[in-house]
Each structure stands twice: as structure tokens, then as C-alpha cells.
Ligand binder design. Structure first.
Ligand code: ZN
Length: 430
């Protein structure tokens, strides 16, 4: 099967030319069509004709979630409303929800690059894709479905929840691919195990997204469902929706669709590019989006570059998984620390569970101190504390380059909640 949805460019040079063309188009389009962007660009003293190279991207002003909320209900709109054929909305964590508008071309583009996800995951038209994510205002379901139909596989739009129906379709329709969040996949995997359905289902692949997942969680899902492969899929409503990239079968990172948007990874404080391997905030600039183009939109999502070209041979560049949110960043003794980094180190340690707390305090000597509290697993005796604490402190020192105190506590001693647990306690005077 030849490539139907992969980009036309062959090397980084061709990609840069394509991106420059898209950048020029986006800036002129936004300047002409949106009073918001025109004002912003004027303020920054940049005019569309000033964009002559990709480096000129750096002269453009940033856009943030606040700009989207202030422009409610049609933020960043750069076309007449008569050209808008659909809206989607995501719930903001604070205040007004974000609404994003789409033209028909935006929807066509989205379907095209979503079909690319299925192509990258090496699906065939024989595949049956059970789509178990939300539909409606939320971008996920319809994105998965349009892409699937465009690709030519069979879409089974079940939507989220309803485990009985999910299991029924997995058995009766012999779905080969499941699309859902990692936590739903784990739930389904355990349910299929409990009901003894493993031998009656035909699942081969999982495409999962929209939240963080640990290595152990992914391993368990793969094992219980007997999967061949599973793929992390990124995406956000501001940038069309899900499907803006996909983990490739070699699992060296996430290939992102650099022919549809430019990705910058910047230090969230200085807004300067971070060196390869260091964590920064993803900032995106769209290259073809008509209704609500993004110019240097600060996503708050954190990741890092995977510098080497992928061994799969795809010219599409790679970034790492989403490693957290920049709002959670801590500055400790001049070092930017993301809870996700601590999380990752702890998840590789045996003898401890997944709960932890980070406490920051200022000592009498005026210096800042960090304490990381972890929980021993149920069957690990308290006598092991010194070894556990020493090993974690050493690993944090080695990988994040900061010294901290580690305190191992009894199993169950740290509070749990169904919602996101509070893990950071910054008690330093502001
Ligand atoms: Zn690859």
C-alpha cells in the first residue's frame, strides 16, 4: 500500500520551504481577516511582508488561552462567519470555555492528517476501528471518525463509557483497533480479563490519548488485551483536535505533522528555545488553518525534542510524549523542575507506589529546600526506608541536577482523591 496521507516533502530543506510559505500565508491571512491579530501584530511592529524567513517567526507576538477567552465566542476568527461550518469547544479549567471555529477546508485538512495517523499506525481498510471517546462539542470523537472514514477503515462510533456495549461490539463486530483514553483502556482491559473474553476478541492495536500514562499502565493494557502495538496520539481543540501527530511503530517519539504547524519548544519563563533534550513548553503556529489560525500559541503542554531522525525513515520530525503542564513548573534554586520529571523517576523505582508529594520550604539560612515524600509499597518494610530514600535522592540529583530530601512513608499515608491529587506544596514566602 503506497503512502496516501504522508506529506510530500522529502527532507528538512523542503519542509522549511513549505513551512515558510505557510507562515507567510498565515500571517497575511490573520492580519487581513482578524482585528485581534491585526492589533497584536501592529503593536509588535510586524507586518505580513516582514516575514521573509522562518527565523522571522521569533518576531511574532504570542497568543495564549486568555486571548481565546477574551475573544469569546469567536476568538481569533479570521474569516467571515458565513464561511464557518462548525464549532468545537473545550472546557477551560478556569472561566469561560474555549470555542474554536472551522471552515470546510479546516475540516478537510483535519480529516486528511487524521487519516495519516491511521496510516502511520499501519492500519488497512480491513481494520474495524472502535471509537470510544467523547462525541459532540468535544473534538475527539468526530476527529477519529472523519479520519477513519477518509482512510477507508470501518468506523464503529461507540463513544465513551458503557462497558457492556464496548465488550459486546469487541466480540460481535471483532473490532481490531480501539481508540480511547489510557485510563479507559485499562478499565476495559481489566473488564475483558474479568469476563474471560480475551480469546473472543480480535483487538490488535490501541490508539490512546489525552492524558498522561505510566509505563507500567501501558504494559498492563498491552498484556491484558494481547495487543500487537499501541500508539500515543496528541492533540488539542485549539489545534484542530486530536490527531496532530502519532507515536510511530518504532516508538522513538511522536511524529508531528510539521507540514500543518510549526512547533517551537520554549523555556516557559524566558520564552527562549530550549536545547535538545531539555523540557519546554510547546508553542504552535498553524500553516493552513483558516477560521481560527494560531500564531505562536502557548499550549502550556511540556515536551522535549527527540533530536535524531527516526529509524522508521519518516521525514516527519519527532517530539517526546507530553510530560506535563507548564503551569505546574517549580523554580527551585534556579532550576526549572516539572513534576512530570519527578513522576518519571519515581515510576522507574521498585518498592514505592505512584503517590508522592513535593514540599518546598525556605530554611532559616535563607536557602530553599525540597522534600519529596513517597510511599512504600504495602509489603515493603519500614527498615528499607534509608535505602529507598538514598536511591531516589541520588537519581534526582543525577537527572534533574538538584539536591533534595526524600522521605519514605507508610503505604496509604499520602492522601488520595478521585480528582487530580495535589502534589506540590510550595511553602516558600512569595
Ligand atoms: Zn518513526
Amino acid at each position: 500500500m503506497g503512502s496516501r496521507f504522508m506529506p510530500a516533502f522529502a527532507d528538512p530543506k523542503e519542509l522549511r520551504a513549505l513551512q515558510l510559505e505557510g507562515l507567510k500565508w498565515t500571517v497575511s491571512h490573520a492580519y487581513a481577516g482578524s482585528s485581534f491579530y491585526r492589533e497584536r501584530l501592529d503593536e509588535a511592529g510586524v507586518h505580513p511582508e516582514d516575514i521573509r524567513s522562518l527565523e522571522d517567526l521569533r518576531s511574532l507576538p504570542f497568543t495564549t488561552a486568555d486571548d481565546l477567552r477574551e475573544g469569546y465566542p469567536f476568538p481569533l476568527l479570521s474569516v467571515p462567519l458565513s464561511k464557518v461550518v462548525r464549532i468545537h469547544s473545550s472546557s477551560g479549567t478556569t472561566g469561560k470555555r474555549k470555542i474554536l471555529a472551522y471552515t470546510q477546508k479546516d475540516l478537510d485538512d483535519w480529516a486528511h492528517f487524521f487519516a495519516r495517523c491511521y496510516e502511520m499506525a499501519e492500519l488497512t481498510p480491513e481494520d474495524r476501528v472502535q471509537i470510544s471517546v467523547g462525541y459532540g462539542l468535544w473534538t475527539a470523537g468526530v476527529g477519529f471518525q472523519l479520519g477513519c472514514e477518509k482512510f477507508g477503515a470501518m468506523a464503529i462510533p461507540v463513544g465513551p463509557g458503557n462497558i457492556d456495549l464496548q465488550c459486546e461490539f469487541l466480540v460481535d463486530l471483532q473490532s481490531t483497533v480501539l481508540c480511547c483514553t489510557a485510563s479507559m483502556a485499562l478499565l476495559m482491559a481489566e473488564e475483558i480479563q474479568r469476563r474471560g473474553l480475551r480469546d473472543r476478541i480480535a483487538l490488535r492495536k490501541l490508539i490512546y490519548g489525552s492524558e498522561r500514562s505510566s509505563d507500567s499502565m501501558r504494559r498492563r493494557i498491552k498484556e491484558l488485551l494481547g495487543l500487537e502495538d499501541m500508539f500515543d496520539i496528541p492533540g488539542m481543540t485549539e489545534l484542530y483536535g486530536p490527531g496532530t501527530g502519532l507515536e510511530c511503530p518504532r516508538h522513538e517519539g511522536i511524529h508531528y505533522w510539521a507540514d500543518y504547524y510549526i512547533l517551537e519548544i520554549l523555556d516557559p519563563v524566558t520564552l527562549e528555545p530550549v536545547p535538545e533534550g531539555e523540557i519546554g513548553e510547546m508553542v504552535v503556529t498553524t500553516l493552513r488553518k483558516e477560521a481560527a489560525p494560531l500564531i505562536r500559541y502557548r499550549t502550556r503542554d511540556l515536551t522535549r525534542w527527540v533530536g535524531h531522525p527516526c529509524s522508521c525513515g519518516s521525514p516527519l520530525p519527532l517530539h517526546d510524549r507530553i510530560l506535563g503542564r507548564s503551569d505546574d513548573m517549580i523554580i527551585f534554586r534556579g532550576v526549572n523542575i516539572y513534576p512530570g520529571q519527578i513522576d518519571q523517576i519515581l515510576s522507574e523505582m521498585d518498592e514505592i507506589g505512584s503517590e508522592y508529594q513535593i514540599v518546598l520550604e525556605r530554611g532559616e539560612d535563607g536557602r530553599d529546600y525540597m522534600t519529596v515524600r513517597v510511599e512504600r509499597l504495602q509489603d515493603v518494610p519500614a527498615q528499607r526506608n534509608p535505602q529507598i530514600e538514598g536511591r531516589i535522592a541520588e537519581e534526582i540529583k543525577k537527572r534533574i541536577l538538584v539536591s533534595c530530601r526524600v522521605e519514605a512513608v507508610d503505604y496509604g499515608a499520602l492522601p488520595r482523591s478521585e480528582r487530580k491529587s495535589k502534589r506540590i506544596f510550595d511553602r516558600r514566602p512569595q
